[in-house]
Design a protein around this ligand. Structure first.
Ligand SMILES: CC(C)(COP(=O)(O)OP(=O)(O)OC[C@H]1O[C@@H](n2cnc3c(N)ncnc32)[C@H](O)[C@@H]1OP(=O)(O)O)[C@@H](O)C(=O)NCCC(=O)NCCSC(=O)C(=O)O
Length: 579
């Protein structure tokens, strides 16, 4: 090439605006309304995080990918947009996978984006930095998995990930971005054209009229109807329609834990405090975004009364969910908002409220259970038991109904679920379908970031340990998160011993630990409390101040029972060994 031609080409290059993989990923996310990324920086995505922040995306950096992943997952639940988690390759990617799988199980829309090493080297197993076939590993753990090899395909890759995460039954999606992709350069105009805006990412799915007729006829013939609200109903953000359906039909409702607050727990139709009676004695049960999994004893057995005494109507966006455990007499496939609207249209002048004896039997059981519980909640002992401590927190939430409650643990979870009334939708976030420990700080951080509301995380001492280092993240971003650790020195209880006398018992922790000191180490507020009154005052002050606070609540080490309320799943040894 002549010197003149070279000069002409250089000038043309100088005028040509360029973009690269980094910027295309950011532009694709922004075009689709992704405003926040949760992640942990490192090779090869450090600059992606920096640049995303510079371009106006909020980037929240965590201390461990599992917590960033949990944050992304619950952001998806709260917003109906996929929460994005960004990780480094192999080990960081693996750390994010638990959250991705948990998101998929819980039907939370989430995208795990991980950098990865070079395809050519990985496929020949030549020992690249953090070499791993991440796409193959992610596939069975999520709803969909994609890899983008060319900058020109980033737009499509991001679009496919978003649509896969939120359409139909929401879930986790993996997006694999090899390191080389980020520095691939292309013409900026062509790059912009390659981006895809996802139109109507989760289209409404309207139920067929015959399916609606079948369900309404069944409900009309019911003597003891029951509505079970699941977290799918909470996710749908069809709050007004659901409330109208419950109130116009007059049917008692039972919320699953993350559906609490869709209608207030204090609502006269709530059967939450009469759970056994409602499940056992009902004859027609409508499941609204709730699955008949272990949490509902698979729809059979003694929880559900006489065999054959039940008929189920199930509302779910996923047709395969029907008949998963027992026969579904009236399947209603569609999105919750569309199905509930269709049902509501049919609650007209001919509708008759459920028989008075059914309503009365729920009411009287509920009142008896509440009356039995009431004195336990007032106990102002030191050290505290679970009921006394939770009585205080019940008051705190009643006074701040728009606060978000995050909850995990065994006794701390089971008792808080019943005791702390919720008043508004999507305010209770917990361990979900898997009963997984470790969601605490990730959920609390995302709840604060996404909603700006005060967050109260009520944590068993064991559960907190899985994500405890994120208190630094909470302080760093100055989030309005109050953490209460129910500290009874161990898992379930703090009294276990090693029969050989050699080591601590397998379920105990260091006695009388001061978790509040952890918060102080990072500039947050730490408080140690020993009575329910002190707890009430400390939590109220913390939530009003909006300052990151950790309250170490000293609970009697002998308080608490084993198993985290999963009864039948706890195997018991039948062998007695001779010494
Ligand atoms: C399986 C369940 C859905 C059902 O449990 P049940 O014990 O049958 O029901 P609940 O806990 O909801 O309620 C217990 C009883 O309290 C009553 N109840 C409910 N609310 C109230 C109020 N406000 N006042 C008075 N009484 C009440 C309710 O009607 C029941 O009484 P009756 O009506 O009289 O029966 C639940 O336990 C659950 O969600 N479990 C998940 C546990 C979990 O995920 N654990 C994590 C594992 S921990 C771990 O990792 C590990 O241990 O290992």
């Amino acid at each position: 090439m002549s010197a003149v031609a070279q000069r002409v080409e250089t000038e043309a290059d100088a005028q040509q605006e360029l973009t690269d993989g980094f910027h295309l990923v950011i532009d694709a996310l922004k075009l689709n309304g992704i405003e926040t990324i949760y992640g942990v920086p490192g090779i090869p995505i450090t600059d992606l995080g920096r640049m995303a922040q510079a371009e106006g995306i909020r980037v929240v950096s965590f201390r461990h990918e599992q917590n960033a992943g949990n944050a992304a997952a619950i952001a998806g639940f709260l917003t109906k947009k996929p929460g994005v988690c960004l990780t480094v390759s192999a080990p960081g990617f693996l750390n994010g996978l638990t959250a991705l799988a948990n998101a998929t199980t819980n039907c939370f829309p989430m995208i795990l984006i991980s950098g990865s090493s070079e395809r050519e080297i990985v496929d020949l197993q030549q020992g690249d930095y953090e070499e791993m076939d991440q796409l193959a590993i992610a596939k069975p753990l999520c709803k969909a998995a994609f890899r983008v090899l060319h900058a020109a395909d980033i737009g499509i890759g991001v679009a496919r990930a978003i649509r896969a995460a939120v359409s139909g039954r929401p879930g986790g999606v993996y997006l694999d971005l090899p390191a080389k992709l980020f520095s691939q350069v292309m013409d900026a105009a062509a790059g912009e054209k390659s981006l895809v805006k996802v139109i109507d990412p989760a289209p409404a799915q309207i139920p067929g009229p015959a399916a609606v007729d079948r369900a309404i006829n069944l409900l009309k013939g019911a003597k003891r109807p029951l509505i079970i609200l699941g977290k799918g109903a909470a996710y749908a953000q069809a709050d007004e329609e659901i409330r109208a359906f419950v109130e116009k039909s007059g049917i008692p409702f039972l919320p699953m834990s993350m559906a609490k607050g869709l209608l207030p727990d204090t609502h006269p139709q709530s059967a939450g405090a009469a759970r056994s009676t409602a499940l056992k004695d009902s004859d027609v049960v409508i499941l609204l975004g709730a699955r008949l999994n272990w949490l509902l004893s698979h729809g059979k057995g003694k929880t559900w009364g006489e065999p054959g005494s039940k008929q189920f109507i199930q509302v779910d966006i996923e047709p395969k969910e029907m008949d998963s455990n027992v026969e579904i007499a009236a399947p209603l496939v569609g999105d919750i908002g569309s199905v509930v609207s269709a049902l509501l249209d049919r609650i007209d002048g001919s509708w008759q409220a459920p028989p008075a004896d059914w309503i009365e039997s729920i009411r009287s059981k509920k009142e008896a259970n509440i009356a039995k519980m009431a004195p336990k909640l007032l106990k102002n002992s030191s050290p505290m038991d679970f009921h006394g401590a939770l009585g205080s927190l019940k008051k705190v939430i009643a006074e701040r109904p728009d606060a978000i409650l995050v909850n995990e643990g065994a006794n701390t979870l089971d008792l808080a679920r019943g005791i702390i009334d919720m008043y508004q939708p999507r305010k209770r976030l917990d361990v979900g379908t898997w009963g997984v420990m470790g969601i605490g700080m990730g959920f609390a951080i995302a709840a604060a970031v996404e909603t700006g509301k005060p967050v109260l995380a009520v944590e068993g001492d064991s559960a907190f340990g899985f994500s405890g280092m994120e208190v630094e993240t909470i302080c760093r971003y100055d989030l309005p998160v109050t953490i209460v650790i129910f500290n009874n020195n161990g898992i379930y209880r703090g009294t276990d011993t090693d029969p050989t006398g050699r080591d601590p018992g397998t379920t105990v922790f260091v006695k009388d630990s001061r978790y509040d000191k952890m918060m102080e180490a990072f500039g947050g507020v730490g408080v140690n409390v020993t009575t329910p009154d002190e707890l009430y005052r400390a939590v109220s002050a913390a939530m009003d101040s909006g300052k990151p606070t950790l309250i170490n609540a000293v609970i009697d080490p002998a308080a608490g029972s084993e198993s985290g309320n999963i009864g039948s799943l706890n195997p018991q040894s039948v062998v007695v060994r001779k010494k």
